[in-house]
Design a protein around this ligand. Sequence first.
Ligand SMILES: [Zn+2]
Length: 298
Amino acid sequence: MKYSLLTISIKPTLARLILVKLRLVKLTFVKLAFVKLAFCCVLMMHCFHAMSVTQDQFKVHGLSAFENEQAKMLKDWLTQGVNATRDTLGVYPTPLALHLYPRESNQPVPWAYTRRDGKGSVHLHVDVRFGLTKFVDDWTIYHELAHMALPYLGDEYRWFSEGFASFMQYQIMAQAGLLKGKLVDNYHTKISPHLRWFNSDLTAASIATRLMDNQQYPAAYWGGAYFFIIADQLLIKRHSTTLTELITHYQDCCRTHDKNLADVVTSLDGILNEALFSRLLEQYENKPAREVYPENFE
Ligand SMILES: [Zn+2]
Protein backbone atom coordinates (compact mmCIF):
# COMPACT_ATOMS: atom_id res chain seq x y z
CA MET A 1 0.00 0.00 0.00
CA LYS A 2 1.18 3.48 -0.82
CA TYR A 3 0.66 6.12 1.79
CA SER A 4 1.06 9.68 0.69
CA LEU A 5 1.24 12.97 2.49
CA LEU A 6 -1.44 14.36 0.21
CA THR A 7 -3.60 11.50 -1.02
CA ILE A 8 -5.01 8.32 0.43
CA SER A 9 -5.25 5.24 -1.77
CA ILE A 10 -7.17 2.05 -1.06
CA LYS A 11 -5.33 -1.20 -0.64
CA PRO A 12 -5.87 -3.04 -3.97
CA THR A 13 -6.20 -6.36 -2.17
CA LEU A 14 -8.95 -4.96 0.06
CA ALA A 15 -10.88 -3.58 -2.91
CA ARG A 16 -10.47 -6.88 -4.79
CA LEU A 17 -11.66 -8.86 -1.78
CA ILE A 18 -14.79 -6.72 -1.46
CA LEU A 19 -15.51 -6.99 -5.21
CA VAL A 20 -15.17 -10.78 -5.11
CA LYS A 21 -17.54 -10.89 -2.16
CA LEU A 22 -20.00 -8.69 -4.06
CA ARG A 23 -19.97 -11.05 -7.03
CA LEU A 24 -20.61 -14.07 -4.83
CA VAL A 25 -23.80 -12.67 -3.30
CA LYS A 26 -27.06 -12.64 -5.28
CA LEU A 27 -28.07 -9.09 -4.66
CA THR A 28 -31.52 -7.67 -4.34
CA PHE A 29 -31.81 -3.90 -4.55
CA VAL A 30 -32.09 -3.60 -0.75
CA LYS A 31 -29.16 -5.88 -0.23
CA LEU A 32 -27.16 -3.89 -2.77
CA ALA A 33 -27.92 -0.63 -0.96
CA PHE A 34 -26.83 -2.19 2.31
CA VAL A 35 -23.65 -3.58 0.79
CA LYS A 36 -22.86 -0.19 -0.75
CA LEU A 37 -23.28 1.44 2.66
CA ALA A 38 -21.06 -1.20 4.29
CA PHE A 39 -18.53 -0.79 1.47
CA CYS A 40 -18.38 2.97 2.11
CA CYS A 41 -17.99 2.39 5.86
CA VAL A 42 -15.11 -0.01 5.24
CA LEU A 43 -13.46 2.49 2.91
CA MET A 44 -13.95 5.36 5.37
CA MET A 45 -12.57 3.35 8.27
CA HIS A 46 -9.65 2.31 6.12
CA CYS A 47 -9.04 5.92 5.09
CA PHE A 48 -8.98 7.07 8.72
CA HIS A 49 -6.57 4.27 9.52
CA ALA A 50 -4.36 5.12 6.55
CA MET A 51 -4.40 8.79 7.48
CA SER A 52 -3.28 8.14 11.04
CA VAL A 53 -0.56 5.79 9.84
CA THR A 54 0.64 8.42 7.34
CA GLN A 55 0.77 11.23 9.84
CA ASP A 56 2.58 9.09 12.38
CA GLN A 57 4.98 7.46 9.99
CA PHE A 58 7.31 10.32 9.11
CA LYS A 59 7.79 13.99 9.73
CA VAL A 60 9.87 16.26 7.52
CA HIS A 61 11.96 19.03 9.08
CA GLY A 62 13.76 21.86 7.30
CA LEU A 63 11.37 22.43 4.37
CA SER A 64 11.18 26.17 5.12
CA ALA A 65 14.73 26.51 3.75
CA PHE A 66 13.36 25.74 0.25
CA GLU A 67 11.02 27.46 -2.22
CA ASN A 68 7.44 26.10 -2.39
CA GLU A 69 7.96 24.13 -5.61
CA GLN A 70 11.21 22.62 -4.34
CA ALA A 71 9.65 21.78 -0.99
CA LYS A 72 6.82 19.95 -2.78
CA MET A 73 9.31 17.99 -4.89
CA LEU A 74 11.30 17.03 -1.78
CA LYS A 75 8.13 15.92 0.01
CA ASP A 76 7.15 13.78 -2.99
CA TRP A 77 10.64 12.25 -3.03
CA LEU A 78 10.60 11.43 0.70
CA THR A 79 7.07 10.00 0.48
CA GLN A 80 8.17 7.75 -2.37
CA GLY A 81 11.30 6.73 -0.44
CA VAL A 82 9.40 5.84 2.72
CA ASN A 83 6.77 3.92 0.71
CA ALA A 84 9.39 1.95 -1.21
CA THR A 85 11.27 1.10 1.99
CA ARG A 86 8.03 0.10 3.70
CA ASP A 87 7.05 -2.15 0.80
CA THR A 88 10.32 -4.08 1.22
CA LEU A 89 11.17 -3.91 4.95
CA GLY A 90 7.75 -3.41 6.56
CA VAL A 91 6.28 -0.59 8.64
CA TYR A 92 8.71 0.63 11.26
CA PRO A 93 7.24 0.79 14.76
CA THR A 94 8.77 4.24 15.43
CA PRO A 95 7.89 7.28 13.27
CA LEU A 96 10.72 8.57 11.10
CA ALA A 97 12.11 12.08 11.55
CA LEU A 98 13.59 13.28 8.25
CA HIS A 99 15.72 16.45 8.23
CA LEU A 100 16.62 18.34 5.03
CA TYR A 101 19.43 20.83 4.41
CA PRO A 102 20.22 22.69 1.18
CA ARG A 103 23.65 22.05 -0.31
CA GLU A 104 25.01 22.65 -3.80
CA SER A 105 26.79 19.68 -5.30
CA ASN A 106 27.25 17.56 -8.41
CA GLN A 107 24.64 15.02 -7.19
CA PRO A 108 21.14 15.26 -5.65
CA VAL A 109 22.09 13.89 -2.19
CA PRO A 110 25.79 14.56 -1.62
CA TRP A 111 25.74 13.85 2.12
CA ALA A 112 23.44 11.91 4.44
CA TYR A 113 23.57 10.19 7.80
CA THR A 114 21.42 8.79 10.58
CA ARG A 115 21.43 9.95 14.19
CA ARG A 116 20.54 7.31 16.71
CA ASP A 117 19.94 9.35 19.84
CA GLY A 118 16.39 9.05 21.18
CA LYS A 119 14.04 7.79 18.48
CA GLY A 120 16.59 8.31 15.74
CA SER A 121 16.50 10.57 12.70
CA VAL A 122 17.71 10.72 9.11
CA HIS A 123 19.59 13.81 7.86
CA LEU A 124 19.84 14.52 4.14
CA HIS A 125 21.78 17.30 2.42
CA VAL A 126 20.16 17.95 -0.94
CA ASP A 127 20.79 19.91 -4.11
CA VAL A 128 17.35 20.86 -5.45
CA ARG A 129 18.74 21.91 -8.82
CA PHE A 130 18.27 18.19 -9.62
CA GLY A 131 14.75 17.04 -10.51
CA LEU A 132 12.48 14.49 -8.83
CA THR A 133 13.58 11.62 -11.11
CA LYS A 134 17.24 12.09 -10.19
CA PHE A 135 16.32 12.08 -6.49
CA VAL A 136 14.16 8.96 -6.79
CA ASP A 137 16.86 7.11 -8.73
CA ASP A 138 19.54 7.97 -6.15
CA TRP A 139 20.26 5.11 -3.71
CA THR A 140 21.02 7.30 -0.67
CA ILE A 141 17.49 7.61 0.74
CA TYR A 142 16.92 3.83 0.60
CA HIS A 143 20.27 3.19 2.29
CA GLU A 144 19.58 5.64 5.13
CA LEU A 145 16.01 4.46 5.68
CA ALA A 146 17.19 0.82 5.70
CA HIS A 147 19.53 1.67 8.61
CA MET A 148 16.46 2.47 10.71
CA ALA A 149 15.17 -1.12 10.39
CA LEU A 150 17.76 -2.10 13.01
CA PRO A 151 18.72 -0.44 16.31
CA TYR A 152 22.08 1.32 16.75
CA LEU A 153 24.67 -1.47 16.88
CA GLY A 154 27.66 0.49 18.16
CA ASP A 155 31.02 1.29 16.59
CA GLU A 156 32.21 -2.30 16.84
CA TYR A 157 29.47 -3.47 14.47
CA ARG A 158 29.51 -0.59 12.01
CA TRP A 159 30.50 -3.08 9.30
CA PHE A 160 27.32 -5.04 10.08
CA SER A 161 25.13 -1.93 10.05
CA GLU A 162 26.63 -0.54 6.82
CA GLY A 163 26.63 -3.99 5.22
CA PHE A 164 22.94 -4.34 6.05
CA ALA A 165 22.01 -0.90 4.63
CA SER A 166 24.11 -1.48 1.50
CA PHE A 167 22.48 -4.88 0.89
CA MET A 168 18.99 -3.46 1.52
CA GLN A 169 19.32 -0.31 -0.63
CA TYR A 170 19.28 -2.49 -3.74
CA GLN A 171 16.53 -4.79 -2.43
CA ILE A 172 14.31 -1.73 -1.93
CA MET A 173 15.18 -0.24 -5.33
CA ALA A 174 14.66 -3.58 -7.10
CA GLN A 175 11.23 -4.09 -5.56
CA ALA A 176 10.24 -0.52 -6.45
CA GLY A 177 11.35 -1.11 -10.06
CA LEU A 178 14.12 1.49 -9.78
CA LEU A 179 17.21 -0.68 -9.99
CA LYS A 180 18.99 -0.68 -13.34
CA GLY A 181 19.94 -4.24 -14.30
CA LYS A 182 19.53 -7.43 -12.29
CA LEU A 183 19.85 -7.44 -8.51
CA VAL A 184 22.53 -10.14 -8.57
CA ASP A 185 24.57 -8.21 -11.16
CA ASN A 186 24.45 -5.07 -9.02
CA TYR A 187 25.74 -7.00 -6.00
CA HIS A 188 28.36 -8.64 -8.20
CA THR A 189 29.64 -5.29 -9.43
CA LYS A 190 29.82 -3.80 -5.93
CA ILE A 191 31.15 -6.79 -3.96
CA SER A 192 33.57 -8.52 -6.37
CA PRO A 193 36.34 -5.87 -6.27
CA HIS A 194 36.56 -6.19 -2.47
CA LEU A 195 36.64 -10.00 -2.05
CA ARG A 196 40.45 -9.97 -2.19
CA TRP A 197 40.60 -8.30 1.25
CA PHE A 198 38.88 -11.36 2.71
CA ASN A 199 41.25 -13.90 1.19
CA SER A 200 42.98 -14.08 4.57
CA ASP A 201 43.46 -16.10 7.75
CA LEU A 202 42.15 -13.20 9.81
CA THR A 203 38.45 -13.23 10.67
CA ALA A 204 35.95 -11.52 8.36
CA ALA A 205 34.69 -9.31 11.22
CA SER A 206 38.21 -8.08 12.05
CA ILE A 207 38.96 -7.38 8.37
CA ALA A 208 35.72 -5.46 7.88
CA THR A 209 36.36 -3.47 11.08
CA ARG A 210 39.89 -2.61 9.96
CA LEU A 211 38.66 -1.52 6.51
CA MET A 212 36.15 0.74 8.25
CA ASP A 213 38.82 2.17 10.59
CA ASN A 214 41.08 2.82 7.58
CA GLN A 215 38.19 4.66 5.90
CA GLN A 216 38.14 2.18 3.01
CA TYR A 217 34.38 2.57 2.97
CA PRO A 218 33.33 0.81 -0.25
CA ALA A 219 35.39 -2.26 0.79
CA ALA A 220 34.01 -2.18 4.35
CA TYR A 221 30.39 -1.59 3.28
CA TRP A 222 30.26 -4.13 0.46
CA GLY A 223 32.48 -6.62 2.25
CA GLY A 224 29.99 -6.38 5.14
CA ALA A 225 27.07 -6.72 2.72
CA TYR A 226 28.29 -10.22 1.86
CA PHE A 227 27.11 -11.34 5.34
CA PHE A 228 23.56 -10.62 4.16
CA ILE A 229 24.07 -12.32 0.78
CA ILE A 230 24.94 -15.49 2.73
CA ALA A 231 22.05 -15.01 5.19
CA ASP A 232 19.56 -14.48 2.33
CA GLN A 233 20.75 -17.63 0.54
CA LEU A 234 20.44 -19.69 3.74
CA LEU A 235 16.94 -18.32 4.40
CA ILE A 236 15.77 -19.20 0.89
CA LYS A 237 17.27 -22.69 1.12
CA ARG A 238 16.30 -23.65 4.66
CA HIS A 239 13.22 -21.57 5.44
CA SER A 240 11.69 -20.77 2.04
CA THR A 241 11.78 -17.10 2.97
CA THR A 242 13.99 -14.10 2.25
CA LEU A 243 15.89 -11.64 4.40
CA THR A 244 13.51 -8.79 3.48
CA GLU A 245 10.49 -10.89 4.54
CA LEU A 246 12.20 -11.77 7.80
CA ILE A 247 13.05 -8.12 8.50
CA THR A 248 9.42 -7.14 7.78
CA HIS A 249 8.31 -9.65 10.41
CA TYR A 250 11.05 -8.40 12.75
CA GLN A 251 9.53 -4.87 12.67
CA ASP A 252 6.26 -6.24 14.07
CA CYS A 253 7.58 -8.55 16.74
CA CYS A 254 10.89 -7.30 17.95
CA ARG A 255 12.36 -4.04 16.66
CA THR A 256 11.05 -1.91 19.54
CA HIS A 257 12.62 -4.07 22.26
CA ASP A 258 16.05 -4.65 20.74
CA LYS A 259 18.98 -2.52 21.90
CA ASN A 260 22.10 -4.10 20.37
CA LEU A 261 23.36 -6.73 17.93
CA ALA A 262 23.02 -9.60 20.43
CA ASP A 263 19.31 -8.70 20.82
CA VAL A 264 18.83 -8.52 17.02
CA VAL A 265 20.51 -11.89 16.45
CA THR A 266 18.46 -13.49 19.26
CA SER A 267 15.22 -12.08 17.81
CA LEU A 268 15.95 -13.20 14.24
CA ASP A 269 16.98 -16.68 15.40
CA GLY A 270 13.86 -16.78 17.59
CA ILE A 271 11.58 -16.04 14.60
CA LEU A 272 13.29 -18.80 12.61
CA ASN A 273 13.58 -21.22 15.51
CA GLU A 274 17.13 -21.86 14.31
CA ALA A 275 20.45 -20.31 15.36
CA LEU A 276 21.12 -19.18 11.77
CA PHE A 277 22.25 -15.63 12.53
CA SER A 278 24.22 -16.40 15.69
CA ARG A 279 26.09 -19.18 13.85
CA LEU A 280 26.86 -16.95 10.87
CA LEU A 281 28.04 -14.14 13.15
CA GLU A 282 30.14 -16.65 15.07
CA GLN A 283 31.80 -17.65 11.79
CA TYR A 284 32.46 -14.00 10.98
CA GLU A 285 34.11 -13.50 14.37
CA ASN A 286 36.07 -16.75 14.65
CA LYS A 287 36.73 -18.43 11.30
CA PRO A 288 39.43 -17.40 8.82
CA ALA A 289 37.74 -15.10 6.31
CA ARG A 290 38.94 -17.23 3.37
CA GLU A 291 36.69 -20.06 4.66
CA VAL A 292 33.65 -17.76 4.66
CA TYR A 293 34.22 -15.66 1.52
CA PRO A 294 34.62 -17.12 -1.96
CA GLU A 295 37.47 -16.03 -4.21
CA ASN A 296 34.91 -15.04 -6.83
CA PHE A 297 31.35 -13.81 -6.39
CA GLU A 298 28.94 -16.48 -7.66
ZN1 LIG B 1 25.12 3.87 6.00
